[in-house]
Each structure stands twice: as C-alpha cells, then as structure tokens.
Design a protein around this ligand. Structure first.
Ligand code: G3H
Ligand code: 13P
Ligand code: ZN
Length: 322
C-alpha cells in the first residue's frame, strides 16, 4: 500500500487502547531495522524525519529510503512525518515533497503566535491531504539545535487545549506531562534510587493527561521524549569506551499506561541511537582490526530491529493491529 496519513491509525489506536510508535530515521539501517520489526509483528508505524535528519541525509534520500521500505513491506501502513517542523516553510517543503504528516512546533512561541502559525500550516496541509500535529507546553531536553533547560520547560495547561484545537484545526496534539528529549531526561537530584541503586525518575503527570482527554474526547494525544534509555545499552556503551553516566529515561510501564489512555503516538528516538552506538562500540572492542562498515552496521541494524519489536509488543501494544 502507498504511504498513508495517521488518521485511520489514530482512530483505531484510540479505540483499541494502544499507541503507534513514531521512530526517527536518519539512514538506511535505521529505516530497515524499524520496518522489518513492524513487518514481523504486523504493526503500523510512523517514520519521522527531523530538520536535523534532513540536513544530514538530504530530503530526497530520506523520502526514497522510506519509499523503498513501503515497497519492501507492502502490508504495513507507514506514515512519513516531519518531526518538530520549526516554521511554515519547512512544513510546506515536506508537504510538497511527499510527506503525509507534519508537525509544526511553535510551542516555544506565545499562545497566539502558536495558534497563528499552526493554523497557517493546517490550511496548507489539509488542502494537500496531509495531517498536522501541533504542540502546547514545552518539553525539557535537546531537540535539533534547540536546548530547553528543565527550569524553562512547562507542563501543558489543560484549560488551553480546547481553544487551541478548535482555532487551529490540528489533527493531533503533543503535550508536556513530564517527558523530555534526549538520553539525560532527569538529573540524579530529580530521581530517587531503587533497591538496585538504579535511578527512578519522577512519575509522569497522568492527572494532566486525564484532564486534557476529558476536554478533548476522542482526540489523539502525542507524547514526545518517550525513550526509556535501556540500561543494558547504557552499560554496553560505558563498558566499551563510552561515557554516559546517569542517563535516565521514562519507565516503560508508564508509557504503556499512557498508550492505554488517549495517547495515540509515542516518539522514540534516543533508545534507537543508544542501541546503535552500544552495538557498534562493542563490535569494535571485540574486532579492533575490522573496518568494513557492513560488518558493524549489520548487528547494529539487527539490535534496532529487536528493540523496536520489544517496543511494539510490550510498550505500545501496536502488534497485530493491521
Ligand atoms: O526530538 C528530536 C528527535 O530526537 C530528533 O533529533 O533533531 O537530533 O534529529 P534530531
Ligand atoms: P527521545 O529523545 O526520548 O527519544 O524523544 C524523541 C522525540 O520526541 C522525537 O520527536
Ligand atoms: Zn520530540
């Protein structure tokens, strides 16, 4: 089947109490690892491309890689989505260039400016059959060249969401309930330690999610910054020459709970980066004389695939939903 929008996917996910995984893609091995996992467990998927990914790999290469995945996996519904579109022009370029979904992220602007630019993107996107994700509230962490300090982040105000969705006409809404971007989501000072000495972050604000859902019944909510930072991969990195002390993510049970509520899209990027980096570091520790990229990218791709399968089945619940 050709690329699809997320409309049907989100409807089914909302009613079925699961979420669609949105994974960032930057190169061929990542596209292959994700889509092979989805094909094996019969899961729809969103492949998303950031401004940084477009700068790194080039728009055309990324679109063609995703189109190749569509051909190779004809049974899997695949959305091609712009992640964190910074302005109208970038969204327009992706809409004109084959994407089926875009995010306009004006969450750092005033409410009125966020409404204005989101509305502008929605009008253009809908006229071209493309859906739009918007954001209210500010996540902490690093995304592209924007770094938001924890003290400058802010939870979404449930009293704003209805007016925002009505005035903009957006198709889904990303909200801030305590997730954040990157592999260092919380400082050790923000966490407690469990009996094994592992850092446990503060729980997500499910009260805000519930209030948002009450005010927007049936409307798909999106969670960004939802990597769980698998400690096995952090350890693999640190044991093989890396230095990533105190990297902490969102516990998977909390994401599962969000998926069973109104959250229909969960964004995961850092976990795949950790899997790729850990695998490659370990490979070189064990094979210091190797230099063929195919040798070290093959196990990296395979571990991305296994990690994505785990997310689809145990976290998102989107397996066997085709
Ligand atoms: O939220 C941002 C995503 O993790 C993409 O990261 O901007 O480094 O491509 P990037
Ligand atoms: P993570 O850094 O938690 O993987 O978040 C990714 C994301 O939100 C992409 O938009
Ligand atoms: Zn994000």
């Amino acid at each position: 089947m050709p690329l699809v929008t997320s409309t049907e996917m989100f409807k089914k996910a909302y009613d079925g109490g699961y979420a669609i995984g949105a994974f960032n893609v930057n190169n061929m091995e990542i596209v292959q690892g994700i889509t092979e996992a989805c094909a094996e467990v019969n899961s729809p998927v969103i492949l998303q491309v950031s401004k940084g990914a477009r700068a790194y790999a080039n728009h055309t290469y990324l679109v063609k890689l995703v189109e190749a995945a569509v051909i190779e996996n004809p049974n899997i519904p695949i959305v091609l989505h712009l992640d964190h579109g910074p302005d109208f022009e970038t969204c327009k370029s992706c809409i004109d260039g084959g994407f089926t979904s875009v995010m306009i992220d004006a969450s750092g602007e005033s409410f009125e400016e966020n409404v204005r630019v989101t509305r502008q993107v929605v009008e253009y996107a809908h006229a071209h059959g493309v859906v739009v994700e918007a954001e209210l509230g500010t996540l902490a962490g690093v995304e592209d060249d924007v770094k938001v300090k924890a003290e400058d982040s802010s939870y979404t105000r449930p009293e704003d969401v209805q007016e925002f969705v009505e005035r903009t006409g957006c198709d889904s809404l990303a909200i801030a309930i305590g997730t954040s971007h990157g592999a260092y989501k919380f400082t050790p000072a923000q966490c407690t330690r469990n009996e094994k000495g592992i850092l446990v972050p503060p729980p997500l604000r499910f009260d805000i999610l519930e209030e948002v859902s009450r005010r927007l019944p049936g409307f798909p909510i999106v969670l960004h910054g939802s990597s769980s930072v698998p400690q096995d991969y952090v350890k693999m990195i640190n044991e093989n020459g890396g230095k990533m002390p105190d990297a902490v993510g969102i516990p998977e049970e909390q994401l599962r709970k969000a998926a069973s509520m109104s959250v229909c899209k969960i964004n995961i990027d850092s976990d795949l980066r950790l899997a790729m980096t850990g695998t490659i570091r370990k490979y070189f520790s064990e094979h210091p004389d190797h230099f063929d990229p195919r040798q070290y990218l093959k196990p990296a791709r395979s571990n991305i695939k296994e990690l994505v399968k785990h997310k689809l089945i145990d976290v998102l619940g989107s397996n066997d939903k085709i």
